[in-house]
Design a protein around this ligand. Sequence first.
Ligand SMILES: CC(=O)N[C@@H](C)C(=O)N[C@@H](C)C(=O)O
Length: 660
Amino acid sequence: TELSETLQSQDVFDLEYAADLNITNDGSEVYFIRHYMDIHSDKKLGNIWKVTQNGELTPVTTGKHQQYGMALSPDNKRLAYISSESGNPQIHMQWLETGATGQMTNLTTAPSRLTWSADGKYLAFQMFVPEKATPPVSLPGKPEGAEWAEPAIYIDDVYYRFDGGGYTKPGYTQIFLLSAQGGTPRQLTFDEFNNNGAMSWSQDGKQLYFSANRHQNFRLEPVNTDIYRYELASGEISAVTDRNGPDNQPSVSPDGRYLAYLGYDDRGTNYENTQVYVRDLSSGKTQSLTADLDRSVDSLHWDGSSRGLYIQYDDQGKTRVAYQPLKGKAKQLTDKLGGQSYGRPYTSSEFDVASDGTVTFTYSAPDRPADVGLHTGGKDIQLTHLNDDALGHKTLAKVEEFWFKSSADGRDIQGWIAYPPGFDKDKKYPMVLEIHGGPVTAYGPHFAAEIQLYAAAGYVVVYINPRGSSSYGEEFAQTIHLNYPSQDYDDLMSAVDTVIDKGFIDERELFVTGGSGGGVLSAWIVGHTDRFKAAVVAKPVINWYSFVLTSDFYPYFYKYWFAAKPWEDLEGYMQRSPISYVGNVTTPTMLLTGEADYRTPISESEQYYQALKLQGVETAMVRIPDAPHGIYKRPSNLMSKVEYILWWFEQYRDERPVKN
Ligand SMILES: CC(=O)N[C@@H](C)C(=O)N[C@@H](C)C(=O)O
């Protein structure tokens, strides 16, 4: 990469970030995957590294591979992980005292969720078991050696393609058991359900708890997972929870008395707070520990004494870890988590806890992707500086929080401004409004290559969490239930007005972009105002009717985002669809979507492109071959996205910026 003062799009190949954090019982060392971008394969790869409390870094594995799914054994002497170094994903093990490494399996499909038994003798894992596909029709008359077209594909499952995974094959995910000494894995489950949720062993190793959706109608009840108990001796499976709503992430306490898990009662809305439940395994008595916390808990880890849990949740764009005792009030530990969503500034992070309460977490800063952090003795310490070599000599955008009132109803809304390097408040700058998707997700003060690159190109970048975002509680997220888009539009316009009022924006130079739900809102914006000079609508939903009938997760979308099926409420669907307002659009608007996006299929973008053409509005369409919804996942696709967006905006600038 060419040396430069500001971030350039090709610098995304130099980014690294930490994931899969595993802390040793005594808190002295953290094993993690050090992800890097391989410029030849244009893919994210990663090896295992170790960092000590003093920040000393050593490699544990090496090679041009993607290693992931790491699990440190309970005695901390072995590290199990998944790697494709032999050609396809297999379970590997490293004996940490000697450095000896071995491939433990020869599986035919990819393993996942490696879970140690408490005595370290077994690993439970999951794997997809394909079923034989027998097409109902086979063509007669094909002569020996003839080269006919590929056979027709017959589909009859509800879920026939998944974004990022492609077209599905028939079969189910099953649970397996592998001796920690290696050998042949034993299949534990065989039924026609996807036994694919998190797992946790009972302390005596006689039972394995797992979450799954094992309801007969599971395909059309997509969030109704429960916790199940598998008896190793008999193979019997029994339900531990049984309510309408998700129950996930079972975790048996170190003393074996309790089962903690996450879940909520499904009330059919777009959002409910996910709570932490603890069940006394002998009495069956279950209580929520976080009924009063108006936030969604994303993950949990037991305290070594079984007296409470460390919990992670998003709060006002940041991610916190708190200690929640079984009785009493939670204690806040740190709010510095984040940094794993390096394309756009979504909250995205993880943590782990040692027996002595030392917490490791992905350390977030607006100018760096995730590092390894430690919370100990009441302090946060940044243990790694994975990107100082690539970014340390660059001037990056400073990111500043601001709050403002929405013109819709005076509601307080949070946002951030990313200032271009060398910013001078006495000058006037063009503005990019960048809008997040979800819609129930949250942006925050986290590193984002896209935001940084727009700022490096000279734009003041504004991003906010409009109503409907997560991390502000249930009421805020539910304001858009059956009501999206709506006043979130006013929130966005009020953000633009607030930043203009600060005096450093050239009001004639306003640009807007956003992806997915942010694509919905940017298309909504150009249908409702002409104040923006140009727009890029990325991977949008343009027509809710067609989206619900083409998106991969359609049994969820029609049920939780609408009051009825499309044909039962045509008016409601169309009233909320950006396509209905295309007749108002005058803003030059480019579409940008991955051709393999099965979440918001490219047919949504095509509709808008063709409609804009019919309207005579300046438009263009950028199609990213093979890219799924997560366009940023291949570094060159992230580069294409940013370069095309900047190029489109530059066509409409009065004063073209000088490229450095
Ligand atoms: C739930 C979901 O997949 N929503 C998409 C329409 C979406 O908005 N995704 C966001 C998170 C994105 O930025 O891709």
